[in-house]
Design a protein around this ligand. Sequence first.
Ligand code: B16
Ligand code: MG
Length: 216
Amino acid sequence: MKGFIFDLDGVIVDTAKYHFLAWKKLATQIGVGFTIEDNERLKGVSRARSLDIILELGDITATDEQKQQWMTQKNEEYLGYVSRMGTEEVLPGVLPALHFLRENGGKIALGSASKNARLILEKTGIMPLFDAVVDGNDVSAAKPDPEVFVLAAAQIGVPQGDCTVFEDSVAGIEAANSAGMVSVGIGEAETLKDADHVFPGFAAVAPETLLSLSVK
Ligand code: B16
Ligand code: MG
């Protein structure tokens, strides 16, 4: 049996734009210049690390209590965007890929750093397509640590070497490689150069191809 582990943000949905708008609002409030280019560094990393990157950009130090308050504020803003999400936000080619892999005996798991992952799966209506969901609430170590994917493989009962991971972040590809899984980058080959395979998106690859990808 084969396992297929999907990252969420940047693979199934493009929530990076909503993370950006919410972080931008907070950054402006605390006097930090924060651009769409800076936002690239936040992809795939935890909420706490994202805030630290923004504070570093502004050379700001803060107490843990203050940081907690800013993270809560940012998340409330972000959830405002998430509340308006629907099935139409699932990226092109993802639904056919999920259906095809399931129909061909694959076990499907989510492996995301986001603590809002379950809500996003519900809002987009795709929760029933997953056999297991592992997210930012379940792990103690963030990507590039392989914990999230190791847990996902265990939950679907598939040996790590028989799992394929779809990821858009450099840290996520590193995590998949350390777990001994087939790593598939979704994005630019130049950025995701350590991935075993790279596709610009699911619309660019036949679902049949996904079943037979192997480690380089
Ligand atoms: P939250 P992924 C990640 O999701 C995002 O790429 C990253 O930008 C975000 O900071 C992180 O989730 C935490 O998200 O604030 O919702 O807990 O790409 O691992 O699915
Ligand atoms: Mg991602």
